[in-house]
Design a protein around this ligand. Sequence first.
Ligand SMILES: Nc1ncnc2c1ncn2[C@@H]1O[C@H](COP(=O)(O)OP(=O)(O)OP(=O)(O)O)[C@@H](O)[C@H]1O
Ligand SMILES: [Mg+2]
Length: 249
Amino acid sequence: MAIIAVYSPKGGVGKTTIAVDMAWRCAMRGGHRTLLWDLDIQGGAGFLLGAEPNQHPRAASLFQREGNARRLVCSTRYTGLDQLQADPSLRQLPLQLARLGQRSRLSWLTRDLRRDYARIVLDCPPVLNELSEQIFAAADLVILPLPPSPLGARALDQLRAEFSRRDRRHPPVLPLISMFDSRRKAHHEVRNGSMAGLPMIPAASPIEQMAFRRTPVGVFAPSSDASRALDRVWREVETKLGELNIPPV
Ligand SMILES: Nc1ncnc2c1ncn2[C@@H]1O[C@H](COP(=O)(O)OP(=O)(O)OP(=O)(O)O)[C@@H](O)[C@H]1O
Ligand SMILES: [Mg+2]
């Protein structure tokens, strides 16, 4: 069982798109029972999977003392893939978590779900606050999408600095270049320079189309270059998880 957080303090870098694709691949390609947990009030993950919004906003209620994640889990159109949708109740979550004073609330909730799922993918909001602390405490692996620009490299440095100044355990981070445009010289410069050797996801129309079709790219364009690139990233994540020797439940 592994918890994969798709996280970046930067907004709009492809987190939700990657989280949905990753969860879909874990379930459909890897055959793992997978839960996609949307922690971002924007609710993009459910949208990309074609889900209807929750009638009763209670995503944040899970984090209360009596909260039970299983009660809010919904199935998706895809075999082996369930989801926990976001809704407007998450607005208060960082405050609620701080008030609860339980730094490990998210870890505790995910631990409870470990029996049901082999993979839990967290779609994270672009924040550095109480919620990101809980995400770092819960995750076995953090996928960090970075735009191919000096600001992307800076976000990586900032996260490393953030981790190194903490005395608590932090999960391993898999940085990757997101939205790489091969026509841009500047992108090549970054890819060959400060981000050399990182896995890369191209800026590509089929990936963008996920939001219009509300369907994972692997369903409607499985042999596109874009889907193949995402498949390579998923494989890299699986390899990394294998190396981590995560103890079984
Ligand atoms: N590789 C890609 N190629 C083309 N378009 C992409 C790619 N990845 C994401 N997009 C598009 O970029 C936009 C932002 O993507 P996404 O919502 O996944 O980012 P995010 O990091 O989750 O944003 P936020 O910080 O707001 O949660 C969306 O319109 C999405 O369709
Ligand atoms: Mg997002």
